[in-house]
Each structure stands twice: as structure tokens, then as C-alpha cells.
Design a protein around this ligand. Sequence first.
Ligand code: M6R
Length: 372
Amino acid sequence: MKGGYDHYMQKEINEQPDSVLQTMRGRVKFDRQPKKRITLGGLVDRISTIRSGRRVMFVACGTSYHACLACRQTMEELAELPVSLELASDLLDRRAPIFRDDMCVFVSQSGETADTLKALEYAKERGALCIGVTNTVGSAIARSTHCGVHINAGCEIGVASTKAYTSQMVALTMMALALSEDSIRLRPKRNSIIDALGVLPDQIREVLKLDAEMLSLAEQLKEEQSLLVFGRGYNYATALEAALKVKEVALMHSEGILAGEMKHGPLALVDELLPIIVIATRDRMYQKMLSVVQQLLARGARLIILCNSGDSDMQEICASGGSRLIQVPETVESLQPIINIVPLQLLSYHLTVLRGFNVDQPRNLAKSVTVS
Ligand code: M6R
């Protein structure tokens, strides 16, 4: 069942080259003739309705929420619609306004999460178009939504969501691409994302080779009380998701921090002892992240910098001090979070094993949260 792996989480992390491919299979036309296109069978009849909507509202919990956060900017830039994000429980607590011309996207691996399901009923009562993005055919959310996309990541057994997360990001990116198909202005951007999707499985395969390096990093961090993860832009979601993985399975306190908020509080925590992961791959935020790195180093911080392979600035920083680098392949900025999370999943896996905790069944947690 575990296919030679010790744990389901480990197996599912390693399955990602294939699971993201399954998410794209039959849906992405990579060649240019007549044009690159995305066909999402469950949405084809709804594309023009979604395009004419007032806004796209993503609703989810936990890791699924992070997938929505990672794809928000892609959706804003390609669909050219306002995009809001809601944690399902918070939407319900606030009884937030939802309108008939809202396009609500409910993202859930299991398709059974109680809060997401309740939020779906709430949105339906208000007349919104409800779209499901799930990994479970026939699940409650798949059945109750008006239309949707299956992510086809294959069964995920480990409580910690890993391959579903990367497939959710691929599915949401495909949705944004499908919504922008008619735009001539956006064609170069769409084409570059579609090309990058084509090589994504191989790039994930490449990142998985960092396993031994992540084990050695986990050896170094296993006795720590706390771990901070800084990110911004597309990779704020990566910071939150990495921290969630570390706290959920390795039972270590961890916080994902929006780097833009650093000076508004978190900087007070920085000293020579607290390990900090900084996600600084090359995107529009790179210069700002470089400055974050320099400011953290000026305060003596102990850094682990996740950057693109061959980044000479980061290599220089590393050579001149005690920082450690995690180097990953480069892709278009909207897909970089998919690559970036993989070594951090491996790190949380190894931390859990080394700390002696239950990897697949963390204490107090269930795979599907079917009660609020
Ligand atoms: O099945 P769902 O995607 O709706 O589950 C939502 C969360 O409960 C889930 O993502 C949870 O945060 C994961 N266990 C995190 O790894």
C-alpha cells in the first residue's frame, strides 16, 4: 500500500510529479496550433457566466485555503476580476454578504469538510454560482455545487495534505487560464504559464532529489522550539503552508509571516537562536526579499534561504555567514509556489520522523473535518 515508503505522507510527497500530471491530463493543449488551450469539462458551459460575474470568491479551510491564496494573484491577473478569499468558518461567523452575481469557488481535498459545505449551502441560498474543486468524486461538495473541477490527484491518506495541495494549485491555475482564453493581450503570459505547466512534473522530480539535504536540515532543526517562515507575494501562501505542515505533523511551533509585515511586530522575535526560513525565489518580490534577508542578517538571524538554483546573490550571502541555502529550479512566478513547497514538505516529514511523532495520523487531527 505504501509502495516501499515508510509512511503515506512520504509516498504522497514523492507522487507529486505524477499527481500534477494527472491533474492536467486531457485538459491542457500544449502545442501552439491553432492555440494553446485549457479545457475543463466541468466548466466549459459556465466560462462566460463566470467571466461576467461581479467577483470570484474562494472559500476553503486549512491547506486548501492556502492553495486559493497562492492562486489569487493569477486569478486576478488572468480573469481580470476582483478575487476575495474566505476561510469557510470565518465567512459563516460573519455571515458575510454574498450576491447572485458572485462566483464562489469551494476548494476541498475531501469534499466533505463541514465548514466548507455549510458555506456552500449559505452561498447557494443567496443565489451565487457555486463551483467545486475537490479530489473526491461523489463527495458532498462535488454533488452540491453547480459545476466544478476534479483535481484527480489520487487518494490522499496522510492527514497532512501534500499532493492535493500542489494539484489544487494546478487546477486553480488552469481555471484562471480557461477564463482568459479570449484575451489577445494576455496570450504571451498564458502561453508562458502553459509551457511551464508542461515541464512542471520534471521540475518537481528534480526538487525531490533534495530529500537527503532536507533530512540533514531536519537533523539540524529537530530540537528547536520554533521555526518562522517568511514569504510575500505568490509565496506568502508557501510560508503559511510550510508552517502549517511543520506544526501539524512535527508538532513544532511554526508561523508563516508575510515579509511585508516584518517591521510591524515579527522583527522583535529575531535573534541568533531562532531559525528562520526565507522564501526568496526570483519573482517580482525578489529585490524586496533580498532586502528582508539583509535586514534579518543585520540582526544576527539564523537563516535558511529558499532560492532559485544558481542565485549568485544568495550564494554570496551564504558564503559570508552561517546561512543555509535550499536551491530549487526556476519556473514562471505563478507556478513557483508549487516547486517551493516540495522541499518544505520533505523538511516537515523528516522533522516528524526525527522527533518521533506519528506522521500519518498526527495527534488530535482527522483527515476529514466533518463537524464544525
Ligand atoms: O479536505 P479539505 O481540503 O477541505 O480539508 C481542509 C483542511 O482540514 C485540511 O487542508 C488540513 O488543513 C490539512 N490536514 C492540512 O495538511
